[in-house]
Design a protein around this ligand. Sequence first.
Ligand code: UDP
Length: 285
Amino acid sequence: MRVLALDNFITGSPNNLKGLQGNPDFEFRQADVNHGIFIGDEVRYVLHFASPASPPQYDSNPIHTLKVGTLGTMNMLGLARAKNATFLLASTSEVYGDPLVHPQPETYWGNVNPIGPRGCYDEAKRCAEAFAMAYHRTHDVDTRIIRIFNTHGPRMQVSDGRAVPNFMAQAIRGEPLTVYGDGSQTRSLCYVSDLVRGVLAVLERGDDQPINLGNPHEVTVRELAETIIRLAGSKSTIDHRDLPVDDPKQRRPDISRAEKLVDWRPEVGLDDGLGRTLEYFRSVL
Ligand code: UDP
């Protein structure tokens, strides 16, 4: 199968494509899906992952983030419809907002502040889900919606701004780790290879209903910082900073639907995954 990748590099980097250079089954075009795209060939799958995904990045590109979730999604659904392709939307645990139900099953409708700093991302992804369902119901497009929980792995940007890249860069440099708030808020971290397996499983064997993909192993942000300091063998200390507005207090996926429907569950443990990501950050810092 041949792959055509599109990116406008608003948050990504051409460096991440180096390993694919010269691969005859891979083609790249620098493009913005918000402007639509013409493809002459047949298309079997459209995987729509385009969007800034880190809170500081979508906070500094709110209009672009809203556009790519809405107009970009509509354009990619239009492409899938025209090509009779299967469409997969990379949605997010952020559709649950600051969740009042824990852990989060797909049936939970969420607790999102539409006008807060995270609203541009959360509401764009919620609109993207509504678009996918509308194209499915109206035009019978074969659609998938995955809700991706916190994920990490090699090739994240050092300047990404999320907890894992920040903590790793800080631990490697011997700087204090910036824990926002008291660090009692929780996240559940999935290693990227597990996520990729899940994406492919849902693409091949999923249905049109949303499906959570993430690792249910939940830790506090403070525990995460301490684990990274330990794995890095670092002498860094922890420095508390203000908690960002609307920062979700807890997050853990209920993955029973993924287990039942596509027989998927994560296999890489927290220390193992963080160790692999740390190796990458060491290689670039
Ligand atoms: N966080 C932190 N220090 C950082 C970056 C993030 O304490 O340098 C916290 C953030 O406030 C949140 C958690 O880590 O509670 C995860 O943040 P991230 O940006 O990775 O993703 P989110 O789950 O908030 O989308």
